[in-house]
Design a protein around this ligand. Structure first.
Ligand code: 6PG
Length: 221
């Protein structure tokens, strides 16, 4: 598979611990963290807010997104809103927050990620169909030119709602570390595909280091 598999009881707790560790070993003054969406992410961010309150200097953290649904920022489906509620409002500080805004198109975010160079941590989830970020099986953003770091995308099956903006595989590859969090029996099939190296979007993720934090339910074949 494309990284290390770590099966744990407490995925959110392990996620928080690894982000705290990455913060303390960051090579620069600030720490860049790209967030995802979904219910596993919500639990992971609530835990990071709690465990990282004292252990991270949030004034040194630059917050980015790995993907966003094209909905207003206060919509219940907005990944920005999820991060605001689960993390940002709880820790009360950040050096800078860079939401993806579909209405601006992809160019401003492409520029931001290009200027940033490397991203310290990109957090990703796994969909039951093998998608990650908003890179869906058979979708156009998977075939973006290597220089394109950010793209618009949609799920060709329509199963995952809303138009999206997403880091491409090249954008994700800017990560020093990718941390996947995967919970629940409905992820078993997708995880098995990744373990076998079958061609689903999550299998194609590359970065300096890729860590898969998986609970027992999802890890069962
Ligand atoms: C999104 C995502 C997406 C998500 C997975 C897992 O915005 O939908 O970033 O890739 O991480 O679908 O989501 P769950 O944890 O809710 O299953």
């Amino acid at each position: 598979m494309n990284g290390e598999l770590v099966v744990v009881e407490d995925v959110p707790g392990e996620f928080a611990e690894r982000v705290i560790e990455a913060f303390h070993s960051r090579p620069g003054d600030t720490f860049s963290l790209a967030l995802s969406g979904g219910e596993t992410a919500r639990l992971a961010y609530e835990r990071l807010a709690a465990d990282g309150a004292e252990q991270i200097d949030w004034w040194a953290v630059d917050v980015y997104w790995g993907d966003e649904r094209c909905v207003p920022q206060d919509d219940p489906d907005s990944n920005y809103r999820l991060a605001r509620e689960a993390l940002l409002e709880r820790v009360g500080a950040a050096n800078a927050v860079h939401p993806m805004r579909c209405e601006d198109g992809t160019d401003p975010y492409q520029l931001k990620i290009g200027e940033l160079g490397r991203i310290d941590v990109v957090h990703l989830g796994l969909g039951a169909d093998g998608h990650t970020a908003s890179l869906f099986p058979g979708s156009t953003a998977l075939d973006a030119d290597p220089g394109r770091l950010v793209a618009r995308n949609t799920d060709p099956t329509g199963a995952n709602p809303h138009e999206r903006m997403t880091l491409t595989l090249s954008g994700i590859a800017r990560a020093r570390q990718v941390i996947f969090t995967v919970c629940g029996a409905d992820k078993r099939d997708a995880l098995q595909k990744v373990l076998r190296g079958d061609d689903v979007p999550a299998t194609r993720v590359r970065a300096d280091r890729v860590v898969w934090l998986v609970d027992r339910e999802a890890a069962q074949p």
